[in-house]
Design a protein around this ligand. Sequence first.
Ligand code: FAD
Length: 509
Amino acid sequence: MQNNSTQAKQILILGGGTAGWMTAMILAKKLNKHGFEVSVLESQDIGIIGVGEGSTPALKAFFSSMGIGEEEWMPECNATYKAGITFDAWSTKPGFTEYFHPFKFRLDEQFSQAFFHSIQMRRQGVDIPAHPNPFFLSPLLVEKNLAPIPHYNFPFEPSYGYHFDSGLLGQFLKRRSEQLNIRHIEDKIEEVLLDGNDCISALVSQSGAKYHADLFVDCSGFSSVLMQSALKVGFKSFASNLFNDSAIAIPSEIGGNIPSETRSTAMKFGWRWKIPLTNRFGNGYVYSSNYCSPEQAETELRRDLGLLDSDVQARHLKMKVGRIEKHWYKNCLAIGLSQGFIEPLEATALFLVQQSAALFADAFEHGQFTDTNQDSYNDTINGYFEGIRDYIAAHYYTNSRTDSQYWLDCQNNHDGQSDTLKHILEIWNKGADLTAELRRLGVTKYYTSVSWHCLLAGMGVFPAQSQLRPPYPNETQVNMALINDFLHRCSLNFDPHREQLGKFTNKKG
Ligand SMILES: Cc1cc2nc3c(=O)[nH]c(=O)nc-3n(C[C@H](O)[C@H](O)[C@H](O)COP(=O)(O)OP(=O)(O)OC[C@H]3O[C@@H](n4cnc5c(N)ncnc54)[C@H](O)[C@@H]3O)c2cc1C
């Protein structure tokens, strides 16, 4: 980038998957006005990965920033609303075999004190109810098959993510990118030319065409054609923290009701997702190939879905889990699977795409191309990868299943715990103030204290039942009946999920 913003006029993005188009739109929106041109080069022969059907609430912010309404994109991508994720069968502890991880809803602040207080008491050995679900509205909406969209006069702002067909989302973004004057090139890159400073000077295609640019963005997926293959930027594997390296995906039919949640059910050698779209369920089994073969995984998944005799095709995928050492290096930026991947348990990949692109666009817009800024950008993005990894790894360490060596090894994988995660678990087990500690560690920007409490309480990480004592008469206890009554009355402000989605069609008609 040569520390001079006026030289950088052409931005060439290699890759037209979701990462490529989202990045193109984010960069073009910010930088077109400063005289930059954005192009996306992709190869239909190579294609896109075509999985990844769940998001965090960050996707809502992306569409809002592009001025694209839900009524425009959701019907075109068979999209549904997502209030959060149910984790099912990860824990075998009585009363904790299932819990919900909600997205942060303004309403939840009403009961956050009660939530933290009850959990704290149980962590300190008092026998009181401390399952997270009854403190939140979202699991109740999911139980009642309601969409997380309140009637107009409901005073609390909701927070939700989406489920979508990833292929259709890519096509939608591609169409919309035309409005931002993003150029589309169909070609296949076979060679990357470097100059004497080890910067990329051009991409050479199979037809011999040479593509020059001031900034190259690697959105080429797991193959990481520019950053890892050409520039030889190192890759830090997360294999010691997270064992899963494979996945298999199979669609299934959806019935009358559309759930407003992703379901993550623990399996013998990993977990499976169940994601509702308007026209089907997306299902997938994420597992470790060190413990089970693709055939075993396919049979286990098909059996669970009742599809053992069905001829519906299954897709087998390999996952490279970890991150590159530098996401912005020389005149290249890597975004999407080319920069790394944390397994899809919390559906965070597109969030990382957005963050990576938006933070870079900010730096770019302000002409901050010094080495220090590159370093600080890389540290920030690495922080996101590791913060999210730790939260996901905690699900595995705290499982209590004993039905396979896989789950026992996950529980005993102490070497795979980062120092931060070890510390968080120690604080939790001691019964000390976790919120204060998470803030001190600076990790609440990745997952909030509510998320950590939901995870650890939801898994039933409490003193054993035999060690709990009844509450003393002078100990304040939360009136759960009151919360329950309030939340039930709140839920009357929400419509059934299918009905809510039908409003888009009615509007069109
Ligand atoms: C099992 C699984 C489940 C997932 N679930 C989720 C989820 O729930 N939520 C979520 O947010 N994410 C999820 N993801 C991640 C998600 O799929 C990706 O982050 C997202 O699809 C973006 O991918 P991408 O654009 O980086 O790569 P790709 O989709 O692989 O796109 C790569 C692009 O580069 C192009 N290309 C590559 N090489 C060349 C070349 N030599 N010449 C020209 N073009 C080239 C290809 O043509 C393609 O256009 C999941 C991933 C996996 C593996």
